[in-house]
Design a protein around this ligand. Structure first.
Ligand code: SAM
Length: 236
């Protein structure tokens, strides 16, 4: 299903290698994604090159752009069908992944892939703004990721409460998100974060992307995250 030479060349350009066993796990996930997508909607992209670039390369270049510590606790907020979280786990099984989404069906899909691969991973069926208030999740993750979930200011309130002080939030955005990121600076500061890095790069010549690395520099005040309606009505 996946175009291995294409995936390998994109990852190599970002300094990440692709081992045979990791590729085999990722390819089985891709097959299942497209197969399951015939029954319920998981992805709009289903052609091999599109899936390879827009889902798998997009997720896995994170390993070239950020140094995930061995055994790190990683949370993927709004994981959907598992991007980037499940791709990260299949590539680096040492990572302790938690998958959070408001939609149960997508989490069941992820749990099925993990079970078939014999890998552990926690699925959490809650909205981010609910889970972020629970002590079991709050400020307990080394790295939090999110792709295509919300505008940066809202996303910061969804994600930063989960990150431990000293950890990082990785926001995967389109190249055009510069203004959105600039507007979110106040939100990041209020939530205990600081944008440490803002990188624009290309997966292929026509697929530019942006990664914002937000460092958690102080605890998030307990009043955040606020209730969903407030976040939607009055983003920080
Ligand atoms: N991250 C995946 C990707 O890039 O392919 C999925 C993106 S999809 C457009 C957005 C996902 O975020 C959906 O699965 C939705 O259920 C979830 N989501 C949106 N807001 C959320 C929230 N506040 N809490 C939990 N999940 C949320």
């Amino acid at each position: 299903m996946l175009d291995r030479p294409l995936l390998e060349s994109i990852l190599a350009a970002h300094g990440a290698a692709l081992a045979d066993d990791a590729f085999a796990r990722l390819d089985r996930f891709a097959e299942r994604l497209v197969e399951t997508n015939r029954q319920f909607n998981l992805t709009a992209v289903t052609d091999p090159a599109g899936v390879t670039v827009k889902h798998f390369a997009d997720s896995l270049v994170l390993f070239g752009l950020y140094d995930f510590p061995a055994g790190a606790r990683v949370l993927d907020v709004g994981t959907g069908a598992g991007f980037p979280g499940l791709a990260l786990k299949l590539y680096r099984p040492d990572l302790q992944l938690t998958f959070l989404d408001g939609t149960r069906k997508k989490l069941d899909f992820i749990a099925g892939v993990l079970a078939d691969e014999g890998l552990a991973g926690e699925t959490v069926h809650l909205r981010a703004e609910e889970a972020g208030r629970q002590p079991a999740f709050r400020e307990t993750f080394d790295v939090v990721t999110a792709r295509a979930v919300a505008d940066m200011a809202k996303l910061a309130e969804f994600t930063l409460p989960f990150v431990r002080v000293g950890g990082a939030f990785l926001a995967m955005k389109s190249e055009s998100a510069a203004e959105e990121v600039r507007r979110a600076q106040r939100a990041l500061t209020l939530l205990g974060g600081r944008a440490a890095r803002d990188t624009v790069y290309r997966l292929t010549p026509d697929v530019p992307r942006r990664l914002i690395v937000v460092r958690k520099i102080s605890q998030t005040p307990t009043k955040y995250p606020r209730a969903s309606a407030q976040i939607a009505k009055k983003p920080l």
